[in-house]
Design a protein around this ligand. Structure first.
Ligand SMILES: *Cc1c(COP(=O)(O)O)cnc(C)c1O
Length: 370
């Protein structure tokens, strides 16, 4: 897949309705707030009941489908998307391999709710996947870069080995978005996203989606949504569709800002170490260049201790002290506060869309006061 091809697909996602609507119809996709549709006689057509389908979901799914050349199914949160994949694809006796250093709730859901139903759940650090014997697993889950440790693994290599014995490969691509990395093109079977993060990008809604090129898997996920009732509200879907329209410009700015800050922070005496896949010093820089189209908006910073990390965050005016990431607003948090296995002074910086020099000046001023 060439860069131009993805650019063209993003433009198509933006213009989904441009030629499709009739004269005098709204060009902006409407928020369709309804539980019922006109349905006389024998049921027919795509819209029969609100739990099964909704035109606002369809508009968002059409745009997301363009970005990955796959079928996209929207769900009410990133975890609802993770749960949909689990319940659609796993049965009693299935063996699942999850990243030990990936998103916490993905592991907790499997351990607390799948294991009691007879699914075998194993975990492994992201980088260990590259060498691991995968023959014992039916489903291999990848997060690259992992969050918050920013460790990478070669998606194509893992998919190739997993497919030799028919295991499925799922990639949680939340940190990268379809514009930063294309797991399905690299051989993954399913990709999941928390659209709550960069895809919506404004920290004002929760949503998620699953994308796959396997029609049978897409159908299972749709059935799960319909029967479990894990459905997004039309207003939330509309907000994400609106957010998606600026994804390309936002993500470009976020990644450019992150690259600039990572480079400058790496030489600052108050910062012990900087992790960013786009820095040549990242242990997997070569893989990052090969696999990722952009290096992302997350930076790992290590300070001397927790107190110094907290003082740095508190001293910034243009950095939100929230959890989560991917918003137009820069945010930072000390990850040990959640029990992540990182140094006490480790901070995850989610770089936003602020004008770069104003943002750098703010960070620099806070560092100077440490
Ligand atoms: C946030 C996140 C999720 C969960 O998404 P929600 O929208 O909060 O349910 C899953 N995976 C990753 C990598 C995330 O960052």
């Amino acid at each position: 897949m060439s860069v131009d091809d993805l650019d063209r697909r993003f433009a198509r996602a933006l213009h989904g309705r441009t030629r499709a609507v009739a004269t005098n119809e709204p060009l902006t996709a409407p928020i369709v707030a309804t539980s019922v549709y006109q349905l006389p006689g024998d049921p027919s057509g795509p819209y029969q009941y609100g739990r099964w389908s909704n035109p606002t979901w369809s508009a968002l799914e059409a745009a997301l489908s363009e970005l990955e050349e796959a079928q996209a199914i929207v769900l009410p949160s990133g975890m609802a998307a993770v749960a949909a994949v689990y319940y659609a694809l796993l049965q009693r006796g299935a063996r699942v391999l999850l990243p030990a250093n990936g998103y916490y709730a993905t592991r907790a859901l499997a351990e607390r709710f799948l294991a009691p139903f007879g699914v075998q759940v194993a975990t492994m650090p992201t980088t260990a996947l590259a060498q691991a014997d995968l023959t014992a697993f039916d489903l291999v889950w990848i997060e690259t870069p992992s969050n918050p440790g920013l460790a990478l693994v070669d998606i194509a290599a893992v998919a190739e080995r997993a497919h030799r014995h028919r295991a499925r490969v799922v990639v949680d691509n939340t940190t990268m978005t379809p514009l930063g990395q294309q797991p399905l093109a690299l051989g993954a079977d399913v990709v999941v996203y928390s659209d709550t993060k960069t895809i919506n990008g404004h920290a004002d809604v929760l949503l998620g989606h699953v994308a796959t090129r396997d029609p049978a898997v897409a159908e299972r996920i749709r059935q799960w949504r319909m029967l479990a009732g894990a459905i997004p509200g039309p207003f939330e879907a509309w907000l994400v569709l609106r957010g998606l329209e600026t994804l390309e410009v936002r993500f470009e700015r976020m990644c450019a800002n992150a690259a600039l800050l990572a480079e400058r922070l790496a030489t600052h005496p108050r910062v012990q170490s900087v992790l960013y896949p786009g820095l040549a010093a990242h242990p997997q820089y070569e893989l990052a260049c090969r696999q990722m189209r952009r290096f992302g908006s997350l930076i790992g910073l290590t300070f001397a201790d927790a107190a110094t990390a907290d003082a740095f965050i508190a001293g910034c005016h243009f950095v939100r002290t929230s959890t989560s990431f991917g918003s137009v607003h820069t945010a930072a948090e000390r990850r040990a506060r959640w029990g992540d296995t990182v140094a006490p002074g480790f901070v995850r910086l989610s770089v936003g869309c602020e004008p770069p020099e104003a943002l750098w000046q703010d960070l620099q001023d806070s560092l100077a006061r440490l």
